[in-house]
Design a binder for this molecule. Structure first.
Ligand code: NPW
Ligand code: ADP
Ligand code: K
Length: 495
C-alpha cells in the first residue's frame, strides 16, 4: 500500500527528523535524489542545458543543490531566481559549481533559456505554498508549459496544493515529480495527479516519524493479498453469489455490462433480475448468469444472494423506485450506482441501513445526491467524497480520472491505475458489477470499492493497449488483469 500525507503531517515529521541531524542534511539527501532522477532523464549530463526555476523557499534550495550536482557533472545550469529571497547556501553551491543565475525580469533572456533547455526543474514552491501562484511564478510556470523540454517538479508541481490536489489558477505540468520523504495527498488525487506525471519518491529517512496516513493507494501486492481466491473446498455458493438489478426495456446494455463485470470478478454465481428485453440480452450474452424475468418490480423470486448491484440502466420511474426500495430493504450489502443513485437522490435516508452500502457516483451523480455543484466536486473530489461519506453514512466511490473511495473514520483510498480510454459509455456499469462481485465474496465496502477500481483501471489498460476500448472488452480483460497481479512490473505512475 502506498501512503500519502498532508503538508502539515510532512512538516511535523520533518521537524522531528531534523532535530536529530546536522543542519542541511535533509536538503542534501533530497537534492542528491533529485539530481539522480534529472541525470537519468538526460541522454547525457555533460553538455546538456538545465534550467532551474527557483522560488524563495527550501523548494528552491533543493533545486539549486541538485543543479550544483549536475553542473559539476558538466551540465550548463541556469537558475532563474523568481523570489524576493533565495536559498543562499544553495545558490552559493550552484555558482561554485559553475552554474549561472538570472532574474525573471531580464527580458527575453529567461524565456530563451527555458525554451532552449533540455530539462526544466520546477523549484518554485513546494509544501510551503499557499493559494494561487503569484507573479512572476505564474508566468514562469506558463513559459515552462510551452517549452519542449520535460519538467521535473521538486516535491510537488508548483501551483498544486500538496494537501488536497487543488489547483487555483495555473500550475506546472510535470513529466516527473520527485517528492521528498513521503507521498503527498495532492499528488494522488485530481486535479493535482494530472499535473504530477510520474512520481518518484526520495527516501530522506522520514519513515519512522510519519503519522497514520491521510490517504492510501492500493498496490499490486495489496490487491493480490486482499482478493478472495477459491480454496480447494470452495463451491459456487460459498464463493459468493451476487444479484444484479439493472437495465430496463430502454437501457438493456447496462444490464449486460454490469453482469459481465460481476461474472469476471470472481463471484461463484451471478443472478440477474430484470424485465424481458434486458433479460433476453443477458441470456444471449452470458449463459452463465442465472436469470429471472420480472413481471413486477419484486425480487422475491430471485433467490439468495450475498450482495446486490443496484441501478445501472434501471430508469427512474415507478418500476425503478419500487426495486430500489425492495433491494435496500434486504439485509445484505448493496452497491448503488447510476439510476439507483438518481432514485435515492429524492430521499437519501433510504441509504441508511444496517448492512453496508457502497455508492459509485461520478461527479454529476454525487452533485444530485448532496446538492454540491458538479464543478466544485471536480475541483476537490477528495473533500467532497469524504463529506458525502460522513453525511450519507455510506462508503463513497467517486469516479473520475483518479477514483477516490471514502469511508468515515478511515483513510481514503485513491486509485490511478486507469487510462483516459476508459472515458467511454458503459465502463461505469462494468465497475459496479466488479465491485458488487467483490462485496458478495465477503470484502468490506472500502476494500471492494478500491480493489474494483484498481482492477477496472488495469483491465482498461489491457483492453485499450493504446487504442479505443469498449466497456465489454474491459469486463473481458479482467482475468488478465487479475493474472497480472502476479507480475513483477507495475503499470503505475507511482513508485
Ligand atoms: N523541511 C525540510 O526538512 C525539507 C524540506 N524540503 C523542501 O522544502 C520545501 C518546503 O520549503 P519551504 O517551507 O521553505 O516552502 P516552499 O514550498 O519552498 O515555498 C515557500 C515560499 O514560497 C512563497 N510562496 C508561497 N506561496 C506562494 C504563491 N502562491 N505564489 C508565489 N510564492 C509563494 C513564499 O515566499 P515569499 O512570498 O514570502 O517570498 C513562501 O515563503 C519542500 O517542499 C521540499 O521541497 C526538502 O529539502 C527536504 C527537507
Ligand atoms: N480520464 C480518465 N482516466 C481514467 N479513468 C477514467 C477517465 N474518465 C473516466 N474514467 C473511468 O471510467 C469510468 C466511467 O464511468 P461512468 O462515468 O459511470 O460511465 P458510464 O455511466 O458510461 O458507465 C469510471 O470508472 C471512471 O473512473
Ligand atoms: K515545485
Amino acid at each position: 500500500m502506498f501512503t500519502a500525507y498532508t503538508a502539515d503531517q510532512i512538516r511535523t515529521a520533518e521537524r522531528a527528523l531534523m532535530a536529530t541531524l546536522p543542519r542541511g542534511t535533509l536538503m542534501l539527501r533530497a537534492a542528491t535524489g533529485l539530481a539522480a532522477v534529472c541525470a537519468a532523464m538526460l541522454p547525457r549530463v555533460y553538455g546538456s542545458r538545465v534550467v532551474l526555476l527557483v522560488g524563495s523557499g527550501d523548494n528552491g534550495g533543493d533545486a539549486l543543490h541538485a543543479g550544483a550536482v549536475l553542473a559539476r557533472r558538466g551540465a550548463g545550469v541556469t537558475a532563474v531566481l523568481a523570489g524576493s529571497r533565495v536559498h543562499e547556501a544553495g545558490l552559493a553551491a550552484l555558482l561554485a559549481a559553475g552554474g549561472v543565475s538570472r532574474k525573471p525580469g531580464g527580458g527575453d533572456d529567461v524565456r530563451r533559456a527555458v525554451e532552449g533547455a533540455d530539462l526544466i526543474v520546477d523549484g518554485l514552491v513546494g509544501i510551503g505554498a499557499s493559494g494561487a501562484l503569484r507573479e512572476p511564478y505564474a508566468g514562469l510556470a506558463e513559459t515552462a508549459g510551452h517549452a519542449a523540454a520535460p519538467v521535473v517538479a521538486v516535491d510537488v508541481p508548483s501551483g498544486v496544493d500538496a494537501s488536497t490536489g487543488r489547483v487555483e489558477g495555473g500550475a506546472v505540468r510535470a513529466a516527473v515529480t520527485v517528492t521528498m520523504g513521503a507521498l503527498k495527498t495532492g499528488l494522488l488525487v485530481d486535479p493535482g495527479a494530472v499535473y504530477a506525471g510520474r512520481v518518484e519518491l526520495i527516501d530522506i529517512g522520514l519513515g519512522p516519524y510519519l503519522p497514520g496516513p491521510d490517504v492510501a493507494a492500493l498496490t499490486r501486492a495489496s490487491v493480490r493479498a486482499t482478493l478472495p481466491r477459491p480454496a480447494a473446498a470452495s463451491d459456487k455458493y460459498r464463493r459468493g453469489v451476487v444479484g444484479v438489478v439493472a437495465g430496463s426495456d430502454q437501457y438493456t446494455g447496462a444490464a449486460v455490462l454490469a453482469v459481465g463485470g460481476a461474472l469476471h470478478a470472481g463471484a461463484g454465481m451471478v443472478r440477474y433480475a430484470g424485465p424481458s428485453r434486458p433479460v433476453g440480452q443477458v441470456r444471449a450474452r452470458w449463459p452463465e448468469a442465472v436469470v429471472t424475468e420480472l413481471d413486477e418490480p419484486s425480487i422475491d423470486d430471485v433467490g439468495r444472494v450475498q450482495a446486490w448491484v443496484l441501478g445501472p440502466g434501471l430508469g427512474t420511474g415507478r418500476w425503478a423506485r419500487e426495486l430500489v426500495l425492495r433491494v435496500l430493504a434486504t439485509d445484505v450489502p448493496v452497491l448503488v450506482d447510476a439510476d439507483g443513485l438518481n432514485v435515492v437522490a429524492h430521499d437519501v435516508s433510504l441509504l441508511r441501513r444496517t448492512a453496508p452500502v457502497l455508492i459509485t457516483p461520478h461527479a454529476g451523480e454525487l452533485a444530485r445526491l448532496t446538492g454540491a455543484a458538479r464543478g466544485d466536486i471536480e475541483a476537490a473530489p477528495l473533500a467532497h467524497a469524504r463529506a458525502a461519506a460522513a453525511e450519507l453514512g455510506v462508503t463513497v466511490l467517486l469516479k473520475g480520472s483518479t477514483t477516490v473511495v471514502a469511508e468515515e473514520g478511515e483513510p481514503a483510498r485513491v486509485n490511478g491505475t486507469g487510462t483516459p480510454w476508459l472515458a467511454t459509455g458503459g465502463t461505469g456499469d462494468v465497475l459496479s458489477g466488479i465491485a458488487g462481485s467483490l462485496l458478495a465474496q465477503g470484502l468490506g465496502a472500502r476494500d471492494a470499492g478500491s480493489c474494483a477500481a484498481y482492477l477496472h483501471g488495469l483491465a482498461g489498460r489491457i483492453a485499450a493497449d493504446g487504442a479505443p476500448l469498449t466497456a465489454a472488452a474491459v469486463a473481458e480483460a479482467l482475468p488478465a488483469a487479475i493474472r497480472s497481479l502476479d507480475e513483477e512490473s507495475a503499470r503505475s505512475r507511482l513508485p
